[in-house]
Design a protein around this ligand. Structure first.
Ligand code: ZN
Length: 223
């Protein structure tokens, strides 16, 4: 079932350690087949070297396991909430990449300090509010998805957010795009950490770079 999706989700998960975004079993990526509403996601706690496409777990949007012998990632309810709240996205990646996590732990959004940021994110990457004790003791992972969705001004133009005290979530049209956005996020977080004194870019430069690569007037790359 959904072999192509499972292959792509496997590949997206393998990109996380390869791009230096995850060690041990940290991090997870998923992808959704919008036609069936089914999501393929990394199994919980399985080291990357033991992952295979057929070990990806298929769940529906309520979290029920549809296919797979292993337990899905413990962050599955967060991924599912993002799929429910952001209907245009096709993939989600979560990491504890070092510099993006530093911003999350400081509960700071990542400001756009240059064109590397503006090429990919059309504004600051927001940081969600911390969860209350009730939210932590309740449906913790579901509530994490809820506060991310609630903090987000533009999930299309800014395909990532920080979960306070925790780390980054990124998304995109599919699982591979989500993993790549997680890598761009880490890169801009590293740069931003060392550029704070200079202040953010102007709106004009932000718009110019973002819209060169995105939207109907995009001119970057080959026709
Ligand atoms: Zn995490």
């Amino acid at each position: 079932m959904l072999n192509e999706l499972k292959t792509q989700v496997h590949e997206a998960n393998m990109l996380l350690p390869r791009m230096g975004l995850a060690i041990f079993t940290w991090g997870n990526a998923s992808g959704i087949d919008r036609a069936s509403g089914l999501v393929a996601i990394k199994p919980s706690g399985v080291p990357y070297e033991l992952l295979r496409p057929d070990r990806m777990v298929v769940v529906d949007l309520t979290g029920k396991v549809i296919e797979g012998d292993l337990k899905p990632s413990s962050d599955t309810p967060t991924h599912l909430e993002l799929y429910r709240r952001f209907p245009s996205i096709g993939g989600v990646a979560h990491t504890h990449s070092r510099h993006a996590t530093i911003f999350a732990q400081n509960r700071q959004p990542i400001p756009p300090h240059g064109t590397t940021h503006a090429d990919h994110f059309h504004g600051p990457v927001p940081c969600a509010r911390p969860l209350t004790d009730e939210e932590i003791n309740g449906d913790y992972e579901l509530n994490a998805g809820k506060v991310i969705a609630e903090c987000h001004p533009d999930h299309v133009g800014i395909p990532a957010a920080l979960l306070a005290f925790h780390g980054p979530f990124a998304w995109g049209p599919d699982a591979l795009a989500a993993a790549r956005n997680a890598a761009v996020l880490e890169e801009i977080a590293y740069m931003a950490l060392h550029c704070q004194a200079a202040g953010p870019v102007s709106q004009a430069l932000l718009d110019r770079h973002y819209f060169r690569k995105h939207g109907p007037g995009a001119s970057y790359g080959q026709n």
